[in-house]
Design a binder for this molecule. Sequence first.
Ligand SMILES: Cc1ncc(COP(=O)(O)O)c(C=O)c1O
Length: 560
Amino acid sequence: MQWGTILAFYGLGAAAVATSLVTLRRRLELSQAKHRSLAGHAQIARRLAAFVPSYDYDEERFFCSDGAPEKVVLHRRAGFARLSELYKARFAETIRRSSEASEDISDLQFTGAYRVPFQFSRMVRSHLPSGAFVQSSDGVTVTDLDGNRFYDLSGSYGVNVFGYDFYKEAIERGAARVRELGPVLGAYHPLIIENVKRLKDISGLDEVSFHMSGTEAVMQAVRLARYHTRRSHLVRFCGAYHGWWGDVQPGIGNPVPAHETYTLRDMAEDSLRVLRTRRDIACVLVNPLQGLHPNASAPADSALLDSARSAHFDKDAYADWLKRLREVCSEQNIVLIFDEVFVGFRLAAGGAQDYFGVRADLVTYGKTLGGGLPIGVVCGRKHLMKRFRDDRPADICFARGTFNSHPYVMAAMNEFLCQLQAPETQALYRDLDGIWNERARRLNQRLGEESLPVGVANMSSIWTVCYTQPSRYNWMLQYYLRAEGLALSWVGTGRLIFSLNYTDADFDAVADRFVAAAKAMQQDGWWWHDPAMTNKSIKRAILKEMIAHRLFSPRDQRTH
Ligand SMILES: Cc1ncc(COP(=O)(O)O)c(C=O)c1O
């Protein structure tokens, strides 16, 4: 062999080793940038989920899963029976219709099954059935089929920012404005022009596209980012929800793995390093709601196994994180997408970009922007919104949708946008955080004065309930709250959403009921706790229980 060939051979070998080392380093950096929770390891979580056995507590175990003494168990039993009687009497018609409908509505079966940790679910469903129907809304209240009025804390998944009466009027007034055209699709009603103008003004971006849901808006934003950067991967942060499309939901809930998604740790230097060094990242998706609970999934009572739920919003720290993210994305030509579908116009009239003082390349909006009707919107920089290439006619970025830009939706949206930019609404936003922070503080003070082991954390009008001492029964609070006339969404106390038309008097009524519910729950013994019990010991006990079931129990066995 000649020297030249030998040297070339060694050269190639060295290059291969160097490449492998770089690849290894990138992989290492990627794993360092993962949050250590299961939410940070989507693929592992999906695999482990398959091993969680199905079992539930029988009547005896239901009341003493934490080893409570007999006296406490008796209190719990009496409280549960009282609550159950109250539900069956007060919500009779609502419950009857709901359980009939549940046979045929898959969504109801799902939400019904996941209101509380699964071990407790069977007993709860049969004794504290949930009503899925409401007849009417008025002010900040909704009324069920039995005529019970509830303060609405569900916020209709975040849609309800200005109060239900506003949306009813927006839909009606809007419908009147487009009635002449009706549901003609494809061609536009001229109202769309004003919507586009207002959206450009609000977002500070150049172009707009209309879709039918937040999920679709996110799909389109990511697709555009991939198309223009010619890179494959999207980055989402641990725990963040961006709709139910597969690529943004790589963990539990998606039957197939998402191979082109990186789930990184929120507010972490290691994640910035990954963005700086990898060459396959097209975009970073940010759901600003995560500022309330970075790296944690949306809190739901079905996951309330113990009292480890925590939340705290530090606006400056989160704004600082977003600024740093912005810098890295600009350096690396990564598209920064703010997914404002949830927080949209709840924090500020200019949305999260305005609220945190950071500009994104693409912004998705939805929910409330539809004026009460279904919507998804992408606003973006001109060069990112283009769906074809002038020099490659067959290389397009396809996106359509039959109902996009529906005239009725455009009209209701127009009502919303006009309201948003009206002087009285701008005034409403002026001290919004001050108002909601003060309300949260007052409620926390009252709960503290009553020595109740519960408190709230908030991001403006978005609240979550946290629990201050280890317990297996915190999820019961949602049933006491309902009995006091507070309507929650199916995730229970994980998310309370207030509309901005709540007056101080309305809020005080909610606070009274909240405190009364927590007191009743305490009196009924659910928050009894052994001083030796910790969140860790609760989790450990549940894990042991699961392993025992996995190994030794037939599928339908109850735990005694
Ligand atoms: C941040 C965020 N993005 C996207 C979505 C999906 O929107 P939709 O439910 O309209 O598809 C949601 C819904 O809750 C959301 O909160």
